[in-house]
Design a protein around this ligand. Sequence first.
Ligand SMILES: Nc1ncnc2c1ncn2[C@@H]1O[C@H](COP(=O)(O)OP(=O)(O)OP(=O)(O)O)[C@@H](O)[C@H]1O
Ligand SMILES: [Mg+2]
Length: 375
Amino acid sequence: MEEKPQQLMDIEMLNLAMEAFNSAATNLQTSYDALKEEARRLREEVEEKNTELSYFSNLLESVLNNTPSAILVVDETQEIAVKNSAADALLSDIGERALKDMLASSFGQGIFDYAAEGGRYYRINAGELRSEGLNGAVYVVDEITILKKFEQEKQRGIQLQMMGEMAANIAHEIRNPLGSIELFASLLERDLKNNPSAVKMTSNIVQAVRTMNGIISNTLLFTKEINAEKREFVLSDIVDEVILYLQPLLKEKDVTLLNRLDENHSVLCERGLFYQVVMNILHNAIDAVPHIGGTVEIVSEKSDISPHTLSLSIMDNGGGIPQTMRNKLFLPFQTTKTKGAGLGLSIAYKIIKAHGGDIIADSDGATYTKFTVIL
Ligand SMILES: Nc1ncnc2c1ncn2[C@@H]1O[C@H](COP(=O)(O)OP(=O)(O)OP(=O)(O)O)[C@@H](O)[C@H]1O
Ligand SMILES: [Mg+2]
């Protein structure tokens, strides 16, 4: 075999080297392109993560700043490290000293109520916070002044209810001896009829006892739930009994009583309750009339359209219902009288409503008042 000349061999070697170089260069270009692509992908991923992070960070900030609760993070030196808008408002409201005082009072973890100056109350929910670079506590603070007032009112309500029950028991017990006093004073009045000054005194006792009895009856009815057990009664029988009971008062004021009741009219009611309604309205009428020329007129009517509907009107020529009382006549404890409890009409209303009826007041505020009970 003929050997290749040296020069030819060198050229071939050079070609081979060039090929190897070209292939290495192509590989390098491919790797570089892949690396560039990877870098671009990573950059995109970082951007995506950054967008996501900023979205969540904005969301968190907006949630924090839009919650009505004040949220505060305190570091180990008791300095406030983070706070939301509600906490800013709280801080400017009560001042830094009071706020730190409030947080310190919660001693770490749990739920605590704090009474601030000016009668305001706050509820603090405290929890430990251990996070990277922060060893402290997180506090959620809410103003609970209204809630606290409700709690106090509820407590007061319970106490009042207990007092009411006790008062009702006492009132009930007072009634019996009161009945005896009234009976003995009436007997005494009869025995002493020849001694006018003694009669006057005994009649005063009877009247005072009856007034007391009226107050007790209204108080008892006020505390009690009313359920009317209705039966039919002759209306004039009940009204006559009330008139008899109020005789001392009528006599003392020399009231002219015009009794225009129809004796055929009957009323479907619970007798004792209806008696109290008539008593309260008639008592008010006697209170209202002047000492001279006082007139009270009592009228009953049956409706032509609805024959089962009965109306009982009690009209007086007193000074009328004062303007201040117009809108609250039937509310309890509303009175213009020095010795009034303001219970009479509210009880009457409660009773008549329990019977499914109504009471209407009519007055010109100067010369007359008329109460009509419709059953
Ligand atoms: N016939 C009336 N004429 C004028 N005002 C009246 C009449 N009836 C009631 N009023 C007014 O309505 C108020 C409330 O009456 P209500 O009977 O509820 O209470 P009171 O009479 O003041 O006290 P209580 O009945 O508990 O002794 C009275 O204080 C009075 O101002
Ligand atoms: Mg009254």
